[in-house]
Structures are given as structure tokens and as C-alpha cells.
Ligand binder design. Structure first.
Ligand SMILES: Cc1cc2nc3c(=O)[nH]c(=O)nc-3n(C[C@H](O)[C@H](O)[C@H](O)COP(=O)(O)OP(=O)(O)OC[C@H]3O[C@@H](n4cnc5c(N)ncnc54)[C@H](O)[C@@H]3O)c2cc1C
Length: 548
């Protein structure tokens, strides 16, 4: 699959989707599109990846998404085994008194068949890059977007090869901006951002030191330190794949501080203060500033341009939501773009990208902001309440949009994923099914097509007829003793909130799209109406109860 096999008159090349930014979210977008059979051209300004630790905690939902594109195993192979299920510590110093401890439980067999993964961004990006190339993505590093403009039919762009300065014109149907928090694309579109904004600056001090003794065999991802020899709000970060460790320390460029103030003796003093050993041999490798912020763009789409990842929203690092949320954006967008580009869905479906993702982002940012405040201050008896469960945040959000039915007037955005209801807009729950003595998670059925799950053969025939007429990619599975899968736990129908003669339709992103709680006299018509809504042809009016 190549993005350049067709030339547009007057342009050097043509592609269905131009992706700008080849970090985690841009690479994920390219991967997800490829999985749906859509070629794209990705340009990334840098030749390689940053050695500084940034994202390292990838939740179960993100790993489900990587599994759906065949990247899970390769990611796990590169993940350092010692850091899985590691802890977040608050302590006076690494060797000092422990104040609080949270273990990051990266697994929950109740919620998913797929465990989360601790892996540094520096190790993850090459894995995603390799898998994307394997699936035929056109990835161009050392290449930048110079300019773009859009019209009703698409986007015209100029890209530049930074190794030789050569510029090329590109015509794309859609542009995906994965160009990070300072997104020049977002700025050109004059899309405003909302939220608390900047919460301060931090400096990542990358250093080498022997900390095996101070670690005392503890499995730690992060240690927040609270003592007078370090700045308030400092943390040691361990979960990396490359060489060295990092101290994140507050940094005040507005008061005249400079990065070079931290590369010598002062930086070493701070590291020793955090570890708690005044004469520990320490070598500073380099330093890199970053801004702690919480904001979201007012909209994630303008015409043919979509913002994903940090270009659309930024959360403080607490809770490790940044990249996870950005990757989920890409997953939500990719199937919609694919079906619109294939002429199966209405372009109106694309409007639901902002509708569905923006509230999730807002809530996630609130959680992260609260955690950031908690971790920035030493725990006391008054504020030692338990940290919110990461997994519930990753799985519990619920989409509402004009392409989703509303069964009741209830518009709750969240449901406890430990008690799934099967309502449209929720994550389709993990249940172990069996075929020929082998177990499968329901999750393994989702990711590429719409999937109809039922206990009633009448729905199968109706679904195939509707799918054939619409040219829809659809799979149907009957659950039951005579069906395609048996349900050894007997939980399937109750968990998805249907009777055995009902049916549930799961979207290609693994979210419930529609369900009929029981048999229907006119299954074909019911399904036809459902698809019409899910594909953006019959947008639901706000507050309208479509199915009851
Ligand atoms: C200290 C720290 C710790 C974090 N920890 C976690 C964590 O544990 N878990 C988590 O989920 N998230 C974490 N995050 C957040 C996470 O790192 C970001 O959310 C994530 O990297 C965003 O990815 P992105 O692809 O959207 O943007 P970026 O990583 O910012 O990538 C944007 C890319 O676009 C490229 N680009 C920009 N303009 C152009 C152009 N004109 N042409 C071509 N290329 C261009 C840039 O070179 C860059 O590579 C952390 C962040 C920080 C700072």
C-alpha cells in the first residue's frame, strides 16, 4: 500500500490522509488507518526519537488498541519486565521515609484480556514505526509540513525534506494534525484552547548514577520527593528503556532561570537531594524543559482537518493520560475516516469525532489535574484518600453523539466498567467465550468491522442482508450452545444487557453502537435504521430518545 501511487494534477503526490507528526499519536493514526485499509502519508520533522522519558505508562485500553493492529506482542517484547506493576512512591527521598505508595496495577482480568504495559516512549515509538511500515504506511522522517490550505474537497500542502531542502506539493482528502501541543496547524486554523492552561514549567534532568542500593529492590516507576534539598513538586522517574534516569524538577524561566543552570553542580545537588545521598557520584547527561499544562481545543475538527493527541489537548503528566488519550483519539477517528473515504459512511459521521472525544478529554484532564495537585504536595492524613483507579478512567467513559442512539434520556458520561450495562456509547465488555475448546475474549472480535452479537439466528440473516445492500463491513456471531461461540461463564447476555433473542452491534472501535434487548418482528428494518444512524446518515437530534 503506497500513498503516492496516484498523482493529482498539479501536485507532486496525492494521499487520502496526510498526517503531520510522527510521535506516538501520529504513528498510531497511521497504524489504525492502515488496519482499515486506508493509506496515508506521515511526515515527521525529526530524524529520530527523543531520549528523554515522557510517556511510559500505557493502560489496558491502549494495549487493546495495539493488539487490534497486531502490535501488542512486539510492544511487550521491548518493555522492561522489571517495571510491570511497579509503584508510585511519595517519600522524603529515595532512601528516606516512605510517605505513601500506590501500585500501578496494569492488569485486571475482569476488565480486559489485555494487560497494560510500562514501556518508555523511546522504546515504544520504534515498535509502532516498524509495525506501521509492515502494514504499508508511508512514513517520512526528517520531513516537515511547510504550509497548507484547505478547500471543500480537501487539503493542499507543501512538505520539505530537511535532509536536502527539497519541497513537494501534496494533495490530501484529509489532514490529521498530530503535531504536538504547540501545533502550528491548530494555530493556523485559529482554534482556541480552553482550561487552566499553563501550570508551570518543569525540567527533565537526565542523569547517570548507581541507584541499585537506594532502590532496595523496590519496583518503582516514579518517586515523588519531599525534602528541603529539592524543589517542591520534584520526582524521580525510573521506568525508562534507554540509559539513565530522570529527575523532574520545577523550573522558572520567567524568573530568569536557564537550562544551563542545571547541567553542572546545581543539577547534581538536586539529584543527590532527591536520592538522599549527599556524596553519591552523579553525572548529568542533559536537560530538557517542558510545560505542565491542562487545556483542550475548542473543537477537534475544522473542515477537512482533525486535531489528535497533544495538538488537541494537554493534561498534566499525573495519571499518565496524555498519550493514552491521544491514542484513543486516533482510534475513534480512524474507522470514521476509513468508512467515509470508502464511501460507506456519510461525511457527517466525522462531526462526531469532536462530539465524542471532547467530553472524555475534559473529564480525563480534570482527573489528571486533581492527581497533579495531590502528588505535588506531601501526603498528610487529611489528603491521603486513595488515588482514583486508572482502569476505571480508561474504560468507564461513555460516548454520546448524534450518531449514537439514546435509549433513555440519561446522559451520564461514565459507568463503572466493573458493572457494564451494554448501553450504546460504552466500551464493549470483555467476556471469555469458547469455540472448539479454545477461549477467546469478546475483545478479540472487535477492531476492524462492525460486529453483531446475538443468540438468535434471525438477526444474522437480517444483518447480512442490510450489510450487503450497504456494502458494509460486518461480522455476525451467534452466542449459545448451537452458535459460533459458547458462553461458559453464562454472563454474556446479562453483561451486554440483552436477552438471548436480542442483538448488540459493536462499532469498529469496540464501543457499543446499538442494541435490541429482545427479538424484533422486523429485524432488517431495525438494523437498517441503526446503521443509518451509526454511519451518520440520520443524525440524532439532541435529547431525542430513539430507542427505548
Ligand atoms: C514528562 C512527561 C511524562 C509523560 N508521561 C506520560 C505517561 O506516562 N503516559 C501518557 O500517556 N502520556 C504521558 N505524557 C504525555 C505524552 O508524552 C504526550 O501526550 C504524547 O507524547 C503526545 O504525543 P503526540 O504524538 O500527540 O505529540 P508529540 O509527542 O508532541 O509529537 C508531535 C510531533 O510532531 C512533530 N511535528 C511538529 N510540527 C511538525 C511539522 N510542521 N512537520 C512535521 N512534524 C512536525 C514533532 O517533531 C513531534 O515529533 C508525558 C508527558 C511528559 C512531558
Amino acid at each position: 500500500m503506497s500513498s503516492t501511487d496516484e498523482k493529482a494534477p498539479g501536485y507532486d503526490e496525492k494521499t487520502p490522509v496526510l498526517i503531520v507528526g510522527g510521535s506516538l499519536v501520529g504513528l498510531s493514526t497511521s497504524l489504525f488507518l492502515s488496519r482499515h485499509g486506508i493509506s496515508s502519508l506521515l511526515v515527521e520533522r525529526h530524524a529520530g526519537i527523543s531520549p528523554h522519558p515522557r510517556a511510559f505508562n500505557f493502560n489496558m485500553r491502549t494495549m487493546e488498541l495495539f493488539r487490534s493492529v497486531g502490535a501488542e506482542e512486539a510492544v511487550r517484547q521491548k518493555a522492561p519486565p522489571g517495571f510491570q506493576n511497579s509503584g508510585i512512591l511519595q517519600a522524603v527521598s529515595l532512601v528516606g521515609k516512605e510517605l505513601s505508595w500506590v501500585t500501578q496495577d496494569t492488569t485486571s482480568s475482569e476488565l480486559s484480556s489485555v494487560a497494560g504495559c510500562i514501556i518508555g516512549q523511546d522504546a515504544l515509538e520504534p515498535v509502532l514505526r516498524a509495525r506501521a511500515e509492515e502494514l504499508g504506511s508511508d512514513l517520512r522522517f526528517s520531513t516537515e509540513l511547510v504550509s497548507f490550505e484547505q478547500d471543500n474537497e480537501g487539503v493542499s500542502a507543501i512538505i520539505r525534506d530537511r535532509t536536502n531542502g527539497e519541497e513537494r506539493t501534496v494533495r490530501a482528502r484529509y489532514l490529521v494534525a498530530a503535531d504536538g501541543n504547540r501545533s502550528a496547524i491548530r494555530q493556523q486554523l485559529a482554534i482556541r484552547t480552553y482550561g487552566p492552561g499553563s501550570l508551570g514549567h518543569q525540567l527533565s534532568i537526565l542523569f547517570q548514577a548507581d541507584i541499585q542500593g537506594p532502590l532496595r529492590g523496590r519496583k518503582l516507576a516514579v518517586c515523588f520527593v519531599h525534602n528541603p534539598n529539592v524543589r517542591k513538586g520534584s520526582s524521580l522517574v525510573f521506568a525508562r528503556n534507554g540509559q539513565g534516569l530522570a529527575l523532574f524538577t520545577p523550573y522558572f524561566p520567567d524568573k530568569g532561570e536557564r537550562e544551563e543552570d542545571f547541567t553542572g553542580e546545581y543539577g547534581i545537588e538536586l539529584v543527590r537531594g532527591a536520592i538522599g545521598i549527599p556524596d553519591l557520584p552523579v553525572e548529568i547527561v542533559n536537560v530538557r524543559p517542558w510545560e505542565v499544562a491542562a487545556w483542550a481545543a475548542g473543537k477537534f475538527q475544522q473542515g477537512n482537518v482533525f486535531l489528535v493527541g497533544d495538538a488537541a489537548h494537554v493534561t498534566p503528566p499525573a495519571g499518565a493520560f496524555g498519550a493514552n488519550t491521544g491514542i484513543a483519539d486516533a482510534y475513534n477517528l480512524a474507522w470514521k475516516l476509513a468508512l467515509v473515504l470508502k464511501g460507506i459512511a456519510s461525511p457527517n459521521l466525522l462531526l462526531t469525532y469532536t462530539e465524542e472525544r471532547q467530553p472524555v478529554v475534559r473529564y480525563t484532564a480534570e482527573q489528571s489535574f486533581a492527581m497533579f495537585k495531590r502528588f505535588s504536595s506531601a501526603p498528610t492524613d487529611a489528603n491521603s484518600t486513595q488515588i482514583l483507579p486508572y482502569n476505571s478512567i480508561a474504560f468507564g467513559y461513555r460516548y454520546h453523539s448524534t450518531a449514537l442512539p439514546r435509549e433513555t434520556a440519561d446522559d451520564t458520561w461514565y459507568e463503572d466498567p466493573h458493572h457494564p450495562t451494554g448501553r450504546p456509547g460504552t466500551h464493549a465488555a470483555h467476556i471469555l467465550l469458547e469455540r472448539n475448546g479454545e477461549q477467546f475474549s469478546t475483545l478479540d472480535l472487535f477492531g476492524r468491522r462492525f460486529v453483531l452479537l446475538t443468540g438468535n439466528e434471525a438477526w444474522r440473516e437480517a444483518a447480512y442482508n442490510v450489510a450487503k445492500a450497504a456494502g458494509l463491513p460486518l461480522e455476525v456471531y451467534c452466542i449459545g450452545d448451537q452458535g459460533d461461540f459458547t458462553d461458559p461463564s453464562g454472563r454474556f447476555f446479562a453483561t451486554y444487557g440483552i436477552k438471548p433473542d436480542g442483538a448488540v452491534l459493536v462499532r469498529p472501535d469496540g464501543f457499543i453502537g446499538w442494541r435490541a434487548q429482545e427479538a424484533n418482528q422486523q429485524p432488517e428494518q431495525e438494523l437498517g435504521n441503526a446503521f443509518s444512524l451509526l454511519l451518520g446518515y440520520a443524525l440524532a437530534k439532541e435529547n431525542e430518545v430513539i430507542y427505548s
